[in-house]
Design a binder for this molecule. Structure first.
Ligand code: FAD
Length: 436
């Protein structure tokens, strides 16, 4: 080929990490195409009462990453999020105990609804980025840099069953609902495109990763913890200021040693609650009566605020999610493919850093591309290996490796901390002394 052309990135997955990756590469002058198997989230009311919402705690790590791509994004999220300055421990007898994270510098983490965060990131993407929603990557020819995708046939897809997010399919929903599986039908490979670099931001069950693992000796590990997570909802209380039934500037924890309930505030006065409970204990809660006894015995204050019916309805109907740790090394192959976010490093949510780390991947990638002076244009044919980009991706993978492994381990350690150690006042005192 004579002359140059923009480098083309195909980003798979328009979750938070994929959307930020697409924006970041576009800002570097790359041509960017983005495939997402779900619907377009823009224009959907992302209020917590309308969507099943994983709340996220966004920390300075994530905010700095957003700032590195577009300072106005970080500012926007800070305005839309609710600062949580500490934990509020809810004891069984109803006593509440505030444990401030950083009494000296007053640092905090920020609660934001995941759908809202995702929606805002997708909304920030300029028109020049070609976004294909309802397009699911089905296979990649990494040698020839060609990707094939299929479109969901809307008429044959059962809502909530069409995605590879691994939350629902393996575990099913609560006490009474039956399986809805088996109705998916897809048009095979109706979409295809070439790329210079495919970036797998397609989450824990990444298809890009599977393709890379066929090309290279990639170390891969995956381990589940015994706990499931189930989302519940605490509605706003119109009689309380701002509708908040419990303090809005805390991450609320009902720690019960081998299990726990947590609550993160939403802007509308409601809280998103998440119950973490071993699958083995869940197996014993097969009737509404057993579930009622469980909640009244262990979380009487939450039952009182939410109301027994609403709590049990959510418990019965909401899906049981798996919690997995995934490590992948290296996270890049040649100059052709790269994994970011959960596709590269899933971690249990107890350190609140999964997404923050995924956003940080984008910041680090940007700085590595900068350092290696990878231009936004290329004169190579599609399919040719690009030594300069290959070197940069290798450097990225090496730079991230130790940090990602460490944070996955910290997340696992915090699993015991949150549900058990926080109950010990001595432990908290020690942490307080450590902060000096
Ligand atoms: P995902 O959010 O999984 O997005 C992947 C996207 O790829 C999806 O939109 C999916 O539809 C799409 N996709 C998948 N396969 C394909 C395909 N073949 N073709 C096209 N598209 C595809 N992190 C924090 O930082 N703070 C927290 O407080 C926090 N709390 C959490 C609480 C819980 C209960 C859980 C489970 C996780 C929590 N996390 C938290 C982790 C956080 O949710 C994830 O790290 C984050 O969502 C990862 O973002 P991602 O964009 O990499 O992947």
């Amino acid at each position: 080929m004579t002359g140059t052309r923009p480098r083309k990135a195909l980003v798979i997955g328009a979750g938070p990490v994929g959307a930020l990756t697409a924006l970041s590469l576009h800002r570097r002058g790359w041509e960017v195409e983005l495939w997402e198997s779900r619907d377009d989230p823009r224009g959907v009311d992302a209020a917590p009462s309308n969507l099943r919402s994983i709340n996220l705690a966004i920390s300075s790590r994530g905010l700095e990453a957003l700032r590195s791509v577009d300072p106005s994004l970080a500012e926007q999220f800070q305005n839309e999020a609710i600062p949580m300055k500490g934990r509020m421990i809810h004891h069984v007898d109803g006593k509440q105990e505030s444990q401030i994270y950083d009494p000296i510098n007053e640092q905090c983490i920020n609660s934001i609804g995941r759908p809202l965060l995702n929606q805002r990131l997708v909304e920030s993407l300029p028109e020049e980025i070609k976004i294909r929603f309802n397009t699911k990557l089905s296979r990649v020819d990494l040698n020839h840099k060609y990707a094939y995708g299929s479109s969901a046939d809307d008429k044959n897809v059962v809502p909530g069953e069409e995605h590879d997010d691994g939350e629902i399919a393996s575990t099913g929903a609560g006490l009474s609902s039956g399986s809805k599986k088996g109705k998916n039908k897809e048009k095979e490979d109706s979409k295809s495109t070439s790329f210079d670099l495919i970036v797998g931001c397609d989450g824990s069950w990444s298809k890009v990763r599977t393709s890379m693992m066929r090309m290279e000796r990639i170390d891969f590990s995956q381990s589940f913890i015994p706990h499931a997570y189930i989302e519940l909802h605490m509605p706003a209380d119109p009689t309380k200021p701002g509708g908040y039934a419990i303090d809005k500037n805390h991450l609320h924890i009902w720690p019960r040693h081998s299990f726990m309930l947590i609550g993160l505030p939403n802007k509308d006065g409601s809280f998103t609650l998440t119950l973490f409970l071993p699958f083995s204990s869940l197996a014993a809660l097969t009737t509404r009566e057993a579930a009622s006894r469980f909640f009244l015995e262990n979380f009487p204050s939450a039952v009182q605020i939410v109301g027994e019916k609403m709590l049990l309805d959510d418990f019965e109907n909401n899906p049981r999610g798996n919690l997995v740790t995934i490590n992948v090394t290296p996270s890049a192959w040649s100059s052709h493919a790269l994994l970011l976010g959960d596709a590269s490093h899933s971690m249990v949510p107890f350190y609140g850093q999964g997404l923050n780390c995924g956003l940080e991947d984008v910041r680090v990638l940007n700085s590595v591309l900068e350092k290696h002076k990878v231009p936004s244009t290329t004169s190579l044919e599609v399919g040719e290996t690009d030594p300069q980009l290959e070197l940069a991706l290798k450097a990225y993978s090496i730079e991230r490796q130790a940090d990602l492994k460490a944070i996955c381990e910290l997340a696992l350690q915090n699993y015991t901390e949150m549900r058990s150690h926080v109950l010990s006042p001595l432990h908290h005192f020690r942490r307080f002394l450590d902060s000096f």
